[in-house]
Design a protein around this ligand. Structure first.
Ligand SMILES: C[S@@+](CC[C@H](N)C(=O)[O-])C[C@H]1O[C@@H](n2cnc3c(N)ncnc32)[C@H](O)[C@@H]1O
Length: 242
C-alpha cells in the first residue's frame, strides 16, 4: 500500500540508526558485564558511552521529526513572500522548504535541486520529494532537478528567493561551499533574497555573500529547534548591479 502522509526524511539517518543500536548495545552490554565482573570501571564506561549514543540519537531524531518544521517556518517567515515569486531550495531533500514555500506561492512556483545523498538524508530521492508535493497538494507548483549546488543548472537571474536548510555544510571543502554561495547569487534576480540555515559555516557564507556584492548580510543567533543548533544567514541582491 502506498504512503498517504508526507515524510520529510531523517537527516543523517544511517548515523542515527547506528547510534541507537550502539547505544542500546552499550547500555545493556555494560549492565550485563557489570554484574558478571563485580562492577568493573570499564563496564560503567561502556554503559555511559551507550547512554551518550542514545541521547545524541534521540536529539537528532527529534530534530528531524519535530524541530526542523519550526526551523522551516521561521526561515520562510524571514522572506515575507508576496505569493508570486520563483523560489529555489538548494539541497531540498524530501522537500521540507520546497513544499512549504510552494504553499506560500499561489501565483508562483518552487524549484528544488539535490543529488539525493543517502548518507545525508535517509531514503532520499526525487520520487519521494515529488510524492510529498503530491500529498501536500502543491505538485503543480513544484519542480525538482537532479544536480550539484556547486554548478546550478539554471540561467543567471532565475529566482526571486533562494533557501537552503542543513544542505551546504555537506560540501566537504570550503572552496566548494563558496562555489555554492556564488551559484546562489548568480541565479538570483536583482532584489532577490537569500536565507540559509546551517549547523556550521555561517561566517563563511556571510563572507562569500559580501564578496559577491550582496547587501543586508546578517547572521542570526543560534536557534535550538534543530540538533545540532543552527544559525541563519540572510542577504539581499541589490536591485541595481553594483
Ligand atoms: C541533511 S539533508 C537536508 C535536506 C532538506 N534541506 C531538509 O532540511 O530536510 C542535506 C541534503 O543536501 C543534499 N546535498 C548534499 N550535497 C549536495 C550537493 N553538492 N548538491 C546538491 N545537494 C546536495 C543531500 O543529498 C541532502 O538531500
Amino acid at each position: 500500500m502506498s504512503r498517504q502522509t508526507p515524510d520529510y526524511g531523517l537527516d543523517a539517518g544511517l548515523a542515527v540508526y547506528a547510534m541507537f543500536i550502539l547505544g542500546f548495545a552499550g547500555v545493556i552490554g555494560g549492565f550485563v558485564l557489570a554484574h558478571w565482573h563485580a562492577r568493573h570501571a570499564v563496564d560503567y564506561a561502556i554503559q555511559i558511552f551507550g547512554f551518550c549514543c542514545l541521547i545524541l540519537a534521540s536529539l537528532m531524531f527529534a530534530s528531524s521529526r519535530v524541530g526542523k518544521f519550526h526551523a522551516r517556518d521561521r526561515l520562510l517567515a524571514r522572506l515575507k513572500l508576496r505569493g508570486d515569486e520563483a523560489v529555489l531550495d538548494v539541497g531540498c531533500g524530501h522537500g521540507l522548504l520546497l513544499i512549504a514555500a510552494a504553499k506560500l506561492l499561489p501565483r508562483g512556483h518552487a524549484v528544488g535541486i539535490d543529488l539525493w545523498s543517502q548518507l545525508h538524508q535517509y531514503d532520499n530521492s526525487r520520487e519521494a520529494t515529488l510524492r510529498n508535493a503530491e500529498l501536500e497538494g502543491v505538485a503543480q507548483r513544484v519542480r525538482v532537478h537532479d544536480g550539484d549546488m556547486r554548478k546550478l543548472p539554471f540561467a543567471d537571474r532565475s529566482f526571486d528567493a533562494t533557501v537552503a536548510h542543513f544542505a551546504i555544510h555537506n560540501v566537504r571543502d570550503a572552496e566548494g561551499r563558496r562555489e555554492a554561495i556564488r551559484e546562489i547569487v548568480r541565479t538570483l534576480n536583482p532584489g532577490g533574497q537569500v536565507a540559509i540555515s546551517d549547523l556550521h559555516g555561517a561566517d563563511l557564507y556571510a563572507d562569500e555573500l559580501r564578496k559577491s556584492n550582496m547587501i543586508d548580510v546578517e547572521i542570526s543567533g543560534l536557534s535550538f529547534w534543530t540538533f545540532p543548533p543552527a544559525r541563519t544567514v540572510t542577504a539581499r541582491k541589490p536591485s541595481q548591479p553594483a
